[in-house]
Design a protein around this ligand. Structure first.
Ligand code: FAD
Ligand code: NAP
Length: 333
């Protein structure tokens, strides 16, 4: 078998190889591939993956697309979306149809089948807020399986698919519940959204206004992977105890934090990394993005190993400086 290049299947643009690449054009293809390919690596848009070396495994790229309305009520519209559908195209479809719920998740790269993996989230909204169920296929048998929201164990950038079901199932389609415009409450809690709307003098924003504002913010802050190869936030924001926060405040008076519950807070990993002196730093062609230290950019590294090594230097330094262990968000193969 001739090894195949993964260059166009990961937004870090590392050129490692795999044994073979197959594509799904339909749900039936997915079942056939799940039955016949042993231990495949599943790839959607490759925007949350780091290949550290050549992999001696077969890759299945999820390409089958489609959005179908399956039920409507006065208040809600239920849609089934095939795993290969581009996530942002789905957001645009919802806006065109005047349906609310995912406008805060505008411009997240990747495909819908990967969205449950880490319960994608941004600007105060997570996939789980609109998620109903998904259908997946078991690797090895091709058996179909429906998992409801509570089965997916969604957490902060977490789900059962990153834990117990890792490499065991392939997500075929997801069902979401969107809200009709007149029943929808916009989520503007994330400070910068309101600031932007005020700047634009938008008094009564629509679903589309929220999406437009978020698209604008994201375009101005985040590196386009085509120009700066990256996989978004490399690490998750750590959740620490309020006691720990208090002790950190004696050294870092201005450390930002967001309340999770009475005993814990979320601290932006980007702030910790930035204050530790890593913003814009580069080693062996790998660096943090100049405007957001949480994003690691592959400037010229030829191997994913160099990216992983760079990320470990940051993890070690953050642990040493703050006593906080930051976990990777990106999926490493
Ligand atoms: P891939 O990278 O292809 O896969 C990710 C993981 O999911 C892999 O482990 C893969 O094996 C698995 N997988 C993919 N599809 C399936 C399937 N059908 N069945 C089973 N397993 C599957 N994420 C956020 O949450 N919020 C953000 O705001 C955000 N912003 C980003 C901005 C940038 C510039 C970039 C580059 C990334 C950002 N991300 C963000 C991360 C990423 O876009 C999301 O995690 C996205 O859902 C990944 O989709 P994908 O199709 O590219 O997944
Ligand atoms: P930001 O607005 O500069 O904020 C920095 C961090 O503080 C964020 O990570 C966010 O946590 C937290 N935060 C800010 N305001 C908050 C609030 N009102 N309530 C709770 N938490 C708050 O972040 P950014 O880098 O420009 O990203 C903006 C949004 O897009 C964030 O939600 C971020 O998660 C998302 N994003 C995600 C990725 C990814 O790859 N996962 C990449 C780019 C952007 P949260 O991350 O928990 O929201």
């Amino acid at each position: 078998m001739v090894p195949r290049s993964l260059l166009n299947l990961n937004t870090f643009r590392v050129d490692h190889s795999c044994r073979s690449i197959s594509y799904t054009n339909s749900s039936n293809d997915l079942v056939d591939l799940a039955k016949t390919i042993n231990k495949p690596i599943i790839v959607g848009g490759g925007s949350n993956i780091l290949f550290v070396d050549d992999v001696d495994r077969d890759v299945i790229v999820i390409n089958h697309e489609g959005i179908e309305v399956i039920k409507t009520t006065n208040k809600y519209v239920y849609i089934r979306v095939q795993a290969g559908t581009n996530w942002h195209q789905l957001v645009l479809w919802a806006i065109e149809n005047d349906l609310g719920g995912i406008e805060n998740l505008s411009l997240i790269p990747g495909k819908c089948g990967a969205a449950p993996m880490q319960n994608i989230g941004a600007y105060g909204v997570e996939l789980k807020n609109v998620f109903v169920e998904l259908e997946c296929v078991k690797i090895g048998t091709g058996e179909r399986w429906v998992l409801h929201k509570e089965d997916c164990l969604f957490g902060y950038r977490e789900s059962i698919f990153k834990g117990e079901l890792k490499d065991k199932v392939i997500i075929d389609n997801i069902t979401l519940r969107l809200t009709t415009n007149s029943n929808h409450t916009l989520n503007r809690d994330y400070g910068i959204i309101n600031d932007k709307l005020d700047d634009l003098k938008v008094k009564k924003p629509t679903i589309k206004d929220i999406s437009d504002v978020i698209i604008d913010i994201r375009k101005s802050k985040l590196p386009d992977p085509k120009e700066y190869p990256n996989a978004g936030s490399f690490f998750k924001n750590p959740i620490i105890s309020t006691v720990k926060l208090k002790s950190l405040k004696s050294t870092y008076k201005y450390i930002p934090s967001y309340v999770i519950d009475n005993d814990s807070v979320k601290v932006p990993a980007g702030w910790l990394i930035d204050k530790a002196g890593w913003k814009g730093k580069q080693i062996n062609g790998v660096g943090t993005y100049k405007h957001q230290a949480l994003v690691i950019v592959n400037h010229s590294a030829r191997s994913g190993k160099e990216i992983l090594e760079f990320s470990k230097l940051i993890q070690d330094d953050v642990l040493e400086k703050y006593g906080i262990k930051i976990e990777r968000e990106v999926n490493v193969y």
